[in-house]
Design a protein around this ligand. Sequence first.
Ligand SMILES: [Zn+2]
Length: 109
Amino acid sequence: MLRRLPEVPSIYECLVCGYAYEPAAGDAKRGIGEGTPFEELPEGWRCPVCNSRKSKFRDIGVPQTPSGFAENLGYGFGVNSLTPGQKNLLIFGSLALAFLIFLSFYAVD
Ligand SMILES: [Zn+2]
């Protein structure tokens, strides 16, 4: 069996007005806490902008990290499916490795 990756809740977009529900942000106006996936919103929840029902929303995929820098580093290496935490680990791991290589220039005489 494949290892199950940590789930990143999808952003859902309102087909009526274009409002995007971001699970990381929640919906403070309606008492929806940060990190609430769209699927777990109460059935009575409606679009904060145009009052459309949940059925008017569609899944537009997982959020991108706010840092374009991290995105660029990950580009083309198949790590776009990683969580931000995993990306950071990868990035800082790479930096540490680069640092060690840099040090090795001084180690060899
Ligand atoms: Zn709407």
